[in-house]
Write a protein that binds this ligand. Structure first.
Ligand code: FES
Length: 149
C-alpha cells in the first residue's frame, strides 16, 4: 500500500515538475523580441536635426525673422526687441523694480508680472513701480541671427 502511495506521490511530483518546466519553457520562449520593439521609429523627415525650437540658431540667441517689428521675444535671460525694422536691441529680463523676470512682450511693451511695471522696446520705463530702465545687453546681427556682443 505504501508502495502504491509512493508511486502516486512520485507521479504527482513528476507531473508538477513537468508542469513547472513547461511553464518555465513558455516564459523563456514566449518573450516578445524586446530589442526590436524598443528601437526608435525612423525620423519622419529623414533624420533632420532638431535644435529645440524653430526660432533658435546655432550659437545665436534667435533668428532675426523670429523677432517681430514693433515687438520682441524673450530668449532665456535676454529680451530681444525690434522697435523699427532692422533695429534690434537687447535687455536683461531682470525687472529694475524688485528683480522679477519680465515674462512677456505684448502691445509694444515689455511686461513684468510681479507688480505691473512696463518697459518700452528701448528698455525705458512706461509704467512703474520700476523707475530705472532695463539693463542693456549688447546684441548684434550676425547673418540671419541675433547674437550677444
Ligand atoms: Fe517688476 Fe516689481 S519686480 S514690477
Amino acid at each position: 500500500m505504501s508502495e502504491n502511495l509512493g508511486r502516486r506521490d512520485v507521479l504527482a511530483y513528476t507531473g508538477i515538475a513537468l508542469g513547472v518546466t513547461a511553464v518555465a519553457g513558455c516564459q523563456t520562449y514566449g518573450k516578445p523580441p524586446a530589442a526590436a520593439s524598443q528601437a526608435p521609429p525612423p525620423a519622419p523627415d529623414g533624420g533632420a536635426k532638431t535644435d529645440g525650437g524653430p526660432a533658435k540658431t546655432d550659437g545665436g540667441l534667435v533668428k532675426t525673422s523670429a523677432v517681430p517689428v514693433g515687438s520682441g521675444v524673450i530668449v532665456g535671460e535676454v529680451v530681444v526687441t525690434q522697435p523699427t525694422a532692422g533695429v534690434f536691441k537687447g535687455f536683461s529680463t531682470t525687472c529694475t523694480h524688485q528683480g522679477c523676470a519680465v515674462t512677456t512682450v505684448a502691445d509694444g511693451t515689455i511686461n513684468c508680472p510681479c507688480h505691473g511695471s512696463k518697459f518700452n522696446l528701448d528698455g525705458t520705463v512706461v509704467q512703474g513701480p520700476a523707475k530705472k530702465p532695463l539693463a542693456v545687453k549688447a546684441v548684434q546681427v550676425q547673418g540671419d541671427s541675433i547674437v550677444l556682443g
